[in-house]
Design a binder for this molecule. Structure first.
Ligand SMILES: [Zn+2]
Length: 331
């Protein structure tokens, strides 16, 4: 393994890696990533994208293919603890419930199609969302989130909430502005997860950023007015501020921390962008910047093979994520 350079980023208390649930036949290499590679790079948090890939007991019908068993979750809990890694499970509890087309719904909308914000649409712009005002949606979502927190013995959960475009469209929601729908849903999740379950709540930051004034656009920020009630959101959520392109400034860092939120900077595959974001972060540190979270958005088994065995026969994105991870953790 290449020599590790510890630079000015060493003060980051949170040094995380966000990875998907690996395929069943990649579990062994994934465990080696946790026990061998992550500690070597002083990476101390794994945000594991569960989505519906867990064999839920509360609602077994929502489990997707390749779902982890309770025993597998317990084993991951054990090896993360032994490796000094905080394990934070992640679900998407508003958007990202499908791909564009009908038939691509993930577990929750497959089992509960009545929770779809746009049931009449055969194709949506990007992906389907949950209706936050459906009278039963929060009960089911709480069951799933509670079960995941317990299965992973977690003190935090990442609830997603990124890239929500299908909002304010159903008959219950259409006369309410998007900022209120979004912020109320954030606070509904927060009061249950943080209030009742005593778990920290991590959220992607994009829907709380004004895409116009920040210059960030409509993906990594919002142009569908979900942001304007950000001051009414619970201040003890952790904002995962994702930006994947090279910029001179990342104004969301002072913006969120100035409002009282804690923040993680989250790069992806473009190494120049990772460098620019890490440089900006180190020059704009304050007490509310917790650190960094390397995202992946590709096959976790490939990332593990690249980082454990320097296997070059993996997709480009897995190599780029691996290199970005190494840079970020040794910056
Ligand atoms: Zn609705």
């Amino acid at each position: 393994m290449s020599e590790i350079r510890i630079g000015k980023g060493k003060d980051w208390s949170f040094r995380g890696f966000c990875l998907g649930v690996p395929a069943q036949n990649d579990m062994d290499i994934f465990k080696r990533l946790i026990t061998e590679v992550m500690p070597e790079y002083k990476c101390n948090a794994l945000v594991l994208l569960i989505r519906y890939r867990y064999q839920f007991k509360s609602h077994p019908e929502v489990a997707d293919r390749g779902a982890l068993t309770g025993d597998q979750a317990a084993e991951l809990v054990d090896i993360c603890r032994e490796s000094g890694i905080r394990l934070i499970p992640k679900m998407n509890l508003m958007g990202h419930q499908s791909e564009k087309k009908r038939g691509s719904e993930q577990g929750l909308l497959r089992a509960f199609p009545e929770f779809d914000e746009t049931p009449e649409m055969d194709e949506v712009r990007y992906c389907r969302s949950l209706c936050p005002l459906h009278p039963e949606v929060s009960d089911v979502v709480f069951d799933l989130a509670d079960e995941i927190i317990e299965a992973f013995n977690a003190d935090a959960i990442h609830v997603g909430l990124d890239e929500v475009f299908e909002i304010g469209k159903c008959p219950r929601c259409k006369d309410i502005n998007n900022a209120k729908l979004f912020t109320d849903w954030v606070n509904t999740l927060h009061s249950h997860l943080t209030g009742e379950k005593n778990a920290e709540m991590f959220v992607w930051g994009d829907r709380f950023l004004d895409g116009e004034s920040t210059g960030y656009g409509e993906w990594e920020a919002s142009r569908n007015d979900t942001w304007s009630m950000v001051d009414d959101a619970a201040k003890d959520i952790v904002i995962c501020d994702w930006h994947y392109g090279v910029r001179e400034q990342y104004p969301s860092v002072p913006y969120f921390t100035g409002k009282g939120f804690r923040l993680l900077a989250c790069p992806w595959r473009n190494i120049d962008a990772t460098k620019a974001f890490a440089e900006y972060l180190s020059e704009n540190m304050n007490d509310r910047v917790m650190g960094v979270l390397q995202t992946s958005w590709c096959n976790a088994g490939m990332v593990a093979r690249y980082l454990c065995d320097e296997d070059d026969e993996v997709e480009d994105v897995a190599k780029q994520v691996g290199e970005s991870f190494k840079f970020l953790m040794t910056f």
